[in-house]
Structure formats: C-alpha cells, structure tokens
Design a protein around this ligand. Structure first.
Ligand code: HEC
Length: 737
C-alpha cells in the first residue's frame, strides 16, 4: 500500500484498512495541509530509543509485513571523517526532529542530516581535528519556544549546540560546554568519567549518568542533573550513599570515600506524568573482588526511581547483591504497561546481562512476578564475603542460558573438544553466581552475555517485549597482587612494562593486540605514530581512552621505551612480579584501603574459546526473544545471526553475538542488526519469521530507528567502519516510490 493509493483511493482505504491506516492517513493529511510536522508520541523518534519510556516502539505502519521485502536503500550517509584511521565502531541510535536527523559517527563527530535525503546540514567536531573516537550512543534534543538545542557528550565534556546551526550555545557552561569531572569525588586532573549513552530531559533538566573506571580506585557514578539553559549542576544523587542517606548501611562505614562504580552508563528512562526518572545502575568497583566493600552494596546493580525534579530517592530494586561478576544493568529500563487480572498496571521492565528480566511496579518497585532469594555458592578467596543469596525471578524464564555442563561444550574437532573438557574440568563451576576464584571459574551468560545496551523494544498493543541475547561464557581467574618493594630500581623498560600491565593491558591486551574494534592494537605502534604523538595520546586520552598524565608523571620515558623498543616480548616471571607490585602500590595509594590484599581478574572479558578460537559453548550464541510481560510467557525465541562456516548441515542458524537492540513497529515488524554477520533483518513480530534481510557494508552494532519524513516511512541504522571505509555509515531504508 503506497501513500498515493491511500490519498487517492479513499473508498478502497475505508473498506480495506484497519485503524492503523487511519492514523497514517491523519499523519499524511497533517503534512498535506501544511501543519506542523507530526511529532506525536510513538510516531517520531526524537529521543534515544524512541521516547522517554525507552520503548524502541513506533506507531508507523507504512512498512508492513506484506511490503517489507521491497525495502531498499533510500540514502547512505558517509561522514567520511576517519579517512586513514582505523575502522570505528558506531553504536549511535539517531534521533529525528522536524525532518532533521541528529547522529554521531564512529569517530564521534556530531551531524545534522536531512532525514529524507541524507544530505549533511551541519557538523561539529568536539576534538578540533584530533582523532576522536570512543563510544557514543546518541544525542539529546530539547526545545523551549524557538530555542532548540542538541546536548551531546564527547570525552568528559557535555556540549550544548543550536539545533539549527550547530553553533555552541555561549551561555551554556563555559562557552557551550560543561566539564563533567567537576562535582564528582576525586581530583579532576586524574579521574576518568566519560558518558557513553545520552542523558534524558525532564523540563529544563538534563539528567546524566556516565562511564567510570571499573578498577580499584574508580570514581563513584553519581547521577547529575544539569540546567539545560545555563549548564548549572542542579542536583546530584549519590549512587554510593553518604552517611545518613538511604543504603549507607549496606557498605563499610568509609566506603563512600573510596568505593567507585555504581554508575549508569547505559542511559535511563523517564515518566513525565509522575515526574520520575528510572536509573539502571552498574556494579561497584573493583568488579571481581569486593573485600573493601563487604555488604549488599546499594545501589549497585539496582533499578532506582528518583524524583526527576529534585533527585530525591523514591524506591530501588537490587538485581544482584554485592556483585562479583560485572553484571551491570546494561540498558535503560523499559517503562511498560501490562495487564493483570483485567487491570492495567504501569511497570518497569529491566533487561540484564544475567538473562533475567525483572518486571517491577512503577509506583513501588515491587516485582509483579514472584522472586525467590536463593542460596548461592560462597567465595573461597581470602577476605571476600559473598552475599549468601541472590534474587531469582520465577517468571519470565531467563532469556539466556545460565548454566552449562560438559554436554554443552562445543565440538568442532576432537582436539578442540578435548581441550575444552580439560579446561572446563579444571575450573570451579557451580552455575550462575559462582564467585570468581584463584583456580578460575566459568561465567555464563558472561559479561557480554544476556542482553546489552540495546535493551528491549516494547509493543504497547500486545505487551510483548523483544530482546536480543548472547550466550557468551568467559573465565574469571583471580590472581593476588603481591607487594614487593623496588620497582624504581628496575630498568626503565621493566618499569614501562609494569605500568602497561597495570593500566593499559585491560583494554589493549596483555599481548598488545587490542580488542576487536573497541581498543586499537599497540603492536607496531612505531610505524603508526611518533613517540611524541603517542605520549600526547597517553597523557590526554581520547574517546574511551582515559588520560594518564597524572599516573605517568616521571615515568613517560619508561612507557614509551616499552611500547616503542621492545614490543612483543612475553613477560618473564620476574617482570610479571614487577607489574603486579606496581599495580598494588599505585592502586593502594588511590583506594584508602592500604592494608587489604588485592586481587585482579587476569582473564576478565576474555571469551571461553577452544584451541582454534571458536566458541567453547554449543550454539546458539545469539537469540532474539519475544516475551509477553502480562503473562510472563515466551511468545517465541529464535537464533539471531549466523556463522555459516560453523553451522552444521541441517542445523538451525548458529546465532551471533552483538549488543545493539531491536525496534518494533505497528506495521507488525521487529527490525534488528546486532550480529557480526553484517546483516540487517526484519521479523514478523507475532511469529519471529524472517521477512527481510540485507547485507550491510559493515556491522550494525547499533539500535535502528524509524521515522516519518516528507510523506514516507524510513528505517535507519548506524553501520560501523570497515577497512575500506573506516568512517562507517548511516543507511536509511524505505519502500520504492
Ligand atoms: C579504558 C581502555 C583503555 C585504557 C585503560 C588504555 N587505553 Fe589506550 N586507547 C584506548 C582507546 C579506545 C584508544 C583509541 C582512542 C582513539 O579513538 O583515538 C586508545 C589509543 C591508544 C593509543 C593510540 C593508538 C592508535 O592507534 O591510535 C596509544 C599509544 C595508547 N592508547 C596507549 C595506551 C597506554 C600506554 C595505556 C596505559 C597507560 C592505555 N593506552 C590505556 C583505550 C584504552
């Protein structure tokens, strides 16, 4: 059904079509008669994940189950801003306001683009010609009369721009920007705070979370509200409570001075009518060992409801007590409405990395389905006190695998299988919530398992929530950091190596090989940049790379010598000891818990793979799930994505990992990328049947959006960079004319 047909064939339209076409007709009529472009709820995409409720839902239905297979590329926007640089990863969910799309590129520049043509209107470079990069999932729009602004973060700065021209708003903060390091706890010269998901608007306030370090000595992830007109900090919510605040008693008495994390890096949701903001908080630091934070650790891993105007506490629900697994709440809660015994109840649905889905009453935070506090295994690591129980919702059933046995190990070849069996048997593994251990433990679904920042898409007409999930086991292997004096007496190369292993290996890898497209390899750095350039980058940081100026003071020569002169050398036993000591010393100075032993998870975030590098668990590795939140029952579940080279003959698709989320439309469709096979797909929302797929030039590791512009529905998605085009793209699809 094309627009022309609807506009001309009114009789046909009235007889044939259901109410969804009526709403489309009204929208078309509005545009036709030259009124203000349609900005009704659920019909536009003016906010990250569609709306304040983070629904990722659209009322648009021009593209439907019958015609989706005709979708074609309407336009491709190539920011062309990373030529000669390594391919960037774009996680941006674009927003569209008055026919203008606002989006960030993989390199983290901001663009205003004509939504129906893909033509650039203006752009902004927060790095002033620097390389940029780093994670950015999108921007926030605000208006008051003719004053229209885009709020956007890069590094530790929050920028306010004129939405029409891209010019910085001079009266906001200092010349259009606010330094987010100011107002946290630590020294602004050394702390690491980088928002990765956009803030949310309540009246004239922008409410913001941020990413902070996950290591010992991290900053606390306080939630802050800034005045959008002036940039002034209006309120702060202490996610690690201060004395006298609710939850303070769940920590050691001085922890508020040194404990960190408990941050909202994934974004939040807002109930305008109730004036409430809903946070999805991450785990406390250090992620895998908590001897300096004995207790339940509120508001770690909690959904927290605050009064949006004041930041006052309303309620909380903790999904993991005293987290030792980095089970951050990874996505903004979905504000949903469900049916219970014939009554409509406003609720909050929280997706998780663990695979549990929590459905909470929006007013009280109480679970709408029964929850059991079950006994979980205790830690054997000295100093650690595991919380004895964890909450298990009885419904819905977990959407990720939470337990595996020897039978679940993959079997791509006999030697590969044998090695997995050997490894599996050497580990401590007692299912979900097995605490990290000195002998190594298995963790499933894993820190990249369950669902990630893409979160859920909620269909208001059916109460069904759609969620992508990954089964991605990993190994946690704790190692004690021993104290032995004398680093300063070591040759500069060893000093450099020690610094590298303490501060850099986490991201760039112990072997300097980097990690996927997130962290660049440092092998061969001398062919890529001059020593001075590398040092500047290490001192100042960029994007997701923290600034190390303060830590490096006096040791610049050492780190450069290590990176430039003796790369690729394996650490000897002695070297290993040296770097461990170093980590201990520096971190102790920063944590105020000097008398405590320290442990590091030396295999954190590594996948559990066989000797050939294939997944250690049998497929599916990624699934798409449809869950009815009124009943708690699954409607369907399918593997999402494929690794054809690993798919057995006649077996279902293997599923593939990915972090982006789905969107759902009144046209009866679920759109999702979020697989490493470069596909972008549309499914029948009622059955999970694949109705359309296309191959993109790169991975769409981002949540798509859909919008109406110039009389047409579009579906757009950010595509990450590739070797051929490191800048990545935004690609918008529509039906043919
Ligand atoms: C939290 C993760 C993280 C940590 C920790 C980290 N880096 Fe980085 N590093 C990055 C990212 C991300 C980039 C790419 C930044 C960009 O977009 O330009 C980067 C870039 C670099 C580069 C430039 C490489 C290139 O190809 O552009 C150098 C050199 C570097 N890091 C060295 C270090 C050193 C030395 C340390 C420890 C003192 C360190 N990094 C710690 C994440 C990290």
């Amino acid at each position: 059904m094309t627009i022309a047909k609807i506009m001309t064939g009114t009789r046909f339209f009235l007889i044939q079509q259901t109410s969804r076409y009526l709403s489309l007709f009204l929208c078309v009529a509005t545009l036709y008669y030259g009124c203000k472009p349609d900005r009704n709820k659920y019909r536009s995409w003016t906010i990250y994940k569609a709306d304040s409720e983070s629904s990722s839902y659209s009322e648009l239905s021009e593209i439907d189950k019958q015609n989706v297979n005709q979708l074609q590329v309407a336009w491709t926007f190539n920011p062309n801003d990373a030529v000669g640089l390594r391919p960037g990863n774009s996680e941006c969910n674009p927003i569209i306001v008055d026919n203008v799309m606002y989006a960030t590129s993989a390199r983290h520049r901001l663009y205003a683009i004509e939504a129906s043509t893909g033509k650039k209107i203006w752009s902004f470079d927060p790095f002033n010609g620097g390389k940029g990069g780093g994670i950015n999932r999108g921007v926030t729009y605000w208006e008051s009369g003719d004053d229209k602004r885009i709020l956007y973060t890069a590094g530790n700065n929050l920028f306010a721009q004129d939405a029409m021209t891209g010019a910085l708003i001079e009266e906001f903060g200092t010349g259009g920007k606010v330094n987010l390091k100011i107002g946290l706890r630590g020294d602004t010269a050394t702390i690491f705070v980088i928002p990765t998901s956009p803030g949310i608007v309540y009246r004239d306030l922008l409410i913001m979370g941020a990413e902070v370090s996950e290591l010992y000595g991290a900053e606390p992830g306080y939630i802050r509200a800034y005045n959008i007109r002036t940039g002034k900090l209006e309120w702060t919510f202490h996610t690690i409570p201060h004395p006298g605040e609710p939850g303070y008693e769940t920590w050691p008495k001085d922890a508020w001075k040194y404990a960190g994390g408990v941050n909202d890096w994934a974004g939040m949701s807002l109930d305008e009518k109730r004036g409430m903001v809903f946070l999805a908080l991450g785990s406390p630091s250090y992620d895998f060992y908590g001897a300096d934070r004995i207790g339940q650790n509120l508001f770690g891993n909690s959904v927290v409801a605050l009064d949006a105007g004041t930041g006052n506490y309303r309620w909380h629900f903790q999904t993991v007590h005293h987290d030792l697994w980095d089970y951050d709440l990874p996505a903004p809660p979905n504000l949903v409405t469900v049916n219970r015994n014939g009554k409509k109840i406003d609720a909050v649905a929280q997706t998780t990395k663990s695979g549990f889905l929590f459905v909470l009453d929006r007013e009280t935070g109480e679970s709408l389905f029964p929850i059991e506090e079950r006994k979980v295994p205790a830690s054997r690591v000295p100093g650690e006190e595991t919380w004895p129980t964890q909450p298990f919702p009885l419904k819905p059933l977990p959407y990720a695998r939470q337990h595996m046995t020897i039978d679940d190990l993959s079997n791509f070849s006999e030697p590969a299988h044998d090695s997995l069996v050997k490894r599996f048997n050497s580990l401590r593994y007692e299912g979900l919530f097995t605490p990290p251990d000195l002998d190594g433990t298995l963790m499933l679904p894993g820190t990249r398992g369950g669902s990630s920042w893409g979160g859920g898409a909620f269909d208001y007409s059916t109460s069904v929530l759609y969620v992508k999930s990954n089964d991605s086991p990993e190994i946690d292997h704790l190692q004690k950091v021993e104290a032995t004096p004398g680093l300063e007496e070591q040759p500069t190369y060893f000093q450099g190596k020690a610094i590298y292993m303490s501060y850099c290996a986490n991201c760039h890898g112990r072997d300097l090989k980097g990690f996927e497209s997130l962290y660049p390899p440092l092998i061969g750095i001398k062919d890529k940049m001059k020593k001075e350039e590398a040092l500047a980058k290490i001192r100042q940081g960029a994007g997701r790379m923290p600034a190390f100026a303060a830590i490096l003071q006096g040791k610049e020569k050492a780190i450069i010598e290590f990176l430039f002169e003796k790369e690729n050398t394996k650490p000897s036993q002695m070297e290993s000891e040296i770097f461990e000591i170093h980590a201990n010393k520096l971190s102790l100075e920063r944590t105020d818990s000097a008398d405590r032993p320290m442990y590091l998870n030396t295999t954190a975030y590594g996948h559990f793979l066989d000797i050939d590098g294939n997944p250690g668990i049998k497929p599916p590795w990624g699934t798409l799930n449809a869950i009815n939140l009124s009943t708690g029952e699954f409607v369907w579940k399918i593997p999402l994505g494929n690794h054809p080279e690993l798919q057995e003959v006649g077996a279902p698709q293997t599923g593939a990992a990915g972090s982006g989320g789905p969107i759902v439309t009144a046209g009866g469709l679920v759109f999702i990328g979020s697989t490493h096979d470069r596909k972008f797909r549309a499914f029948d929302k009622d059955t999970g049947d694949l109705l359309w797929e296309t191959t993109l030039p790169g991975i769409a590791n981002a949540t798509p959006c859909t919008y109406w512009s110039n009389g047409k529905q579009y579906v757009a998605v950010s595509v990450s960079g590739t070797v051929e085009n490191p800048s990545g793209n935004i690609i918008s699809f529509a039906l043919p004319e």
